[in-house]
Design a protein around this ligand. Sequence first.
Ligand SMILES: C[S@@+](CC[C@H](N)C(=O)[O-])C[C@H]1O[C@@H](n2cnc3c(N)ncnc32)[C@H](O)[C@@H]1O
Length: 897
Amino acid sequence: MVSNTERARAALNAMKALGFPKKVATPVLKNLLMLYGGKWELIEDENYRALADAVLDMQEKGLKVDEDTTGKQKDTAVDDEPESHRGTLRIREDDQVASPSAFADETPLKRPKLEVDEVPESQTGQDKDSKKKDTAVDDEPELYRTRAKIREEDEQASPSQHTPRAFDESMLGTSTSEANELPKVHIQQKETELNSSRKNSKGKTLEAPPSEPFREQATGSISRQHVSRTDGRKETQNEVSRRETRASSRARQSGALQAQSSSLVVYQKENSSANGTLETAVCLKEPKVEPGTMNLQKNDAVVQHSALAGPIDEPLENNSSKLESPLAVLCPVEERVVQGQGSEDGSLRSIPTLLTNVTENDSKQHEDRAHVEEYIIAQSKNGARDGIVNVQETSSSIDIASSAAGEVKLSLTCNTDSSNFHMPSLDTIYKMVEDRCLRSYKFLPPNFSLRHLMNEICECVLDLGTEPSSINHGSYVKINPTIESLKRPGLQNVNLHPSSGLPNVAVPNNGAYLNENACGNDKTGRAKKAMQSAVGGVSNNMPECSMALWQSNLALCDVRPTHDINDISKGEERVRISVVNEISSEKYPPSFSYIPQNVVFQNAHVDFALARIGDEDYCSDCFGDCLSAPVSCPCARETGGEYAYTYDGLVKKQFLDECISMNRNPEKHHHFYCKDCPLERPKNEANKRGACKGHLVRRFVKECWSKCGCNKQCGNRVVQRGITWNLQVFFTADGKGWGLRTLDELPRGAFVCEYVGEVLTNIELYERTVQNTDNARHTYPVLLDADWGSESVLRDEEALCLDATFYGNVARFINHRCYDANLVEIPVEIESPDHHYYHLAFFTTRKIEAFEELTWDYGIDFDDHEHPVKAFRCRCRSRLCRDQKRSKSKRKASASK
Ligand SMILES: C[S@@+](CC[C@H](N)C(=O)[O-])C[C@H]1O[C@@H](n2cnc3c(N)ncnc32)[C@H](O)[C@@H]1O
């Protein structure tokens, strides 16, 4: 028996003979082997044709990338290219639609073919000439010559198989019998490209009667490829059966996975040729097999394919009764929400379907699992799609189906008016969804990846579905999350983020099974891992986009603690910050991510460039401790030439008094009124924009920093050294929830902590609060408006605030106290001399006893109903409580009426 090593060597040698170096061919071979589930015969078939094609595809892809990087290069390349190649580029450029390659980023094997295998009969003489010229071997780029060479070898190696020749002139004029032997996918794809290219590159459509569906496709925006015959000729029965026979034998080799997809090709082709309407499925992957004839159950799937099966760009037929679906994708009858119904207006409906395939090599027990993502857009007239596609009348749906053959399919159905629909690239979809999730849920760990989540979902379905106790082979899970439903509040007892939302999940047949196993009790723990990996390993910090499946299971499982009660900062601070609750049974504060320093959420402009720090803003000449120097350095300029701190690291009395006074009696201090207030700008849309309410002009402390000559122990560096006192998060006894207290006695003027959170633009904050339909309990965001008066116009990205709701430090636990709070916030400049961004540091307003609660005055106007965060009923118990005063005056007013 020939060993794998020998087979690999032989394959690489064959590639070498074709001019592909080992280092190029090796990774492709590996990929292919994975995709083929270790079936060497598929690779060796036809003198390694599949491998050669894959290598070529990869090279071709590389070529396109190069071309696309510079416009100039692109133009030049196009001019020298054969028409067919040019066409492919044009499709991308002109139609602004993701090209096949755009969907095939994951693996070169996903790239569709670009061969000239056949030209439609309707092609004009002029076209033929130009085609001949374009494809003449002499004019071909090396890539094409190599392809031609492969084809020649193929023919020599297995002439009986009628392997198509590339760039054979005899194939350019008409559909020869030889050309008819080509795998249909190649032919039709090529035709599409040719037609598109001609139209796009020469500014006119040169061929084909408009009645042909593919013409519409090539010029429209919905789809770039399809697999229908485009020569206006219906396939003869002989051709169909010959093709099917071929496919059948190939399918036997390659297994059910390939055959499943292939069956669709047959179906689509037959219907398209019979009908010719614009109902198209686009598959962006190249099959190595032809339409198959596996004995599949009829299930009317709109789109089916596999990692190994190829571009299926054929028009779909209304009458879907002939459409065959994979054996395993059996939709329980009760799950067929809509059968054979169209959109309400009867218009075309586009159904982007996202598929993730997981191929298992049985013998290796999951070792050679290959994940391949594919993209298909299917369009069906009048929604006549009964079967596995679950059509929601008004919203989108996601269907998951798994097969005994190890295939997991996720299909996403979106109802839309398709008249101006064009298919975006998978990557742009991922990006947009991630951006939206981030905007809506605010709580995605930085490494959250939708792509990863998709793969993990498939793996989980597969793992759970292949558990011995499972009864769900061929089962069908229906999930209908819309962005809105994702925002719905999460389960209360799950201890997830308060703003978590759940998609609606229906789990026919095996709901109980999933509940038992999805919490990580399955053998592989993959379900739990999926959760964690999708959100960056923090399972309990699940964002709203997590699936209800996982969340409901969490409720039944022992979940990981939300926080470490010994140190809520998880070691991020210099001191440990413990958590205690002596009042209620709530063990931990609600989930949030602890960060010791501010992080920019998205659009905030925060510039730490050293070059921006001018001579007047740092002390290059200082050495050691600036406070000990005989003369104050430039860093003291901000505080009138005197440092703000004492040798003991406390804020000096005079400066502190001034800051306290500003907080307690803001009306006595200078306010700045913007002409165009950034706080009012976002209200434009709602026509609620009002006049600037004024911003208190505050005093800043400026600390020395990296550009300065002094050392880290310099007395003018306090806030940047972080928390030094022992603090504790505790549950308050007076109904304020969690709070922060000191375990040490604190002197007056001591730095306690900084308010740390996400740096948002005010627009982002506005969007957050407006979108906060589920009333997530926000901590109080703080405006960084202390120096807005120094700018004539503040751009949106410079009008910033801090929000600690989702990411923050201990300061998020500091409760409010009206007027006589024991902490005062002071703006501190550290890294950046511009005051759009600065640190907000809390200093003690008086001596504070150990175990005293720390408080600060949020500056709430309890009558201001426009504040982003709805005011609470104040329980500060200060004699000067503004809320109490308000209540009293309200009571008085109503009593006097
Ligand atoms: C920044 S958080 C403080 C931490 C919060 N207590 C907790 O449990 O997470 C602000 C929230 O605490 C509560 N809070 C703060 N000060 C309060 C006060 N004086 N009276 C009543 N509730 C207060 C309010 O719910 C407010 O929205």
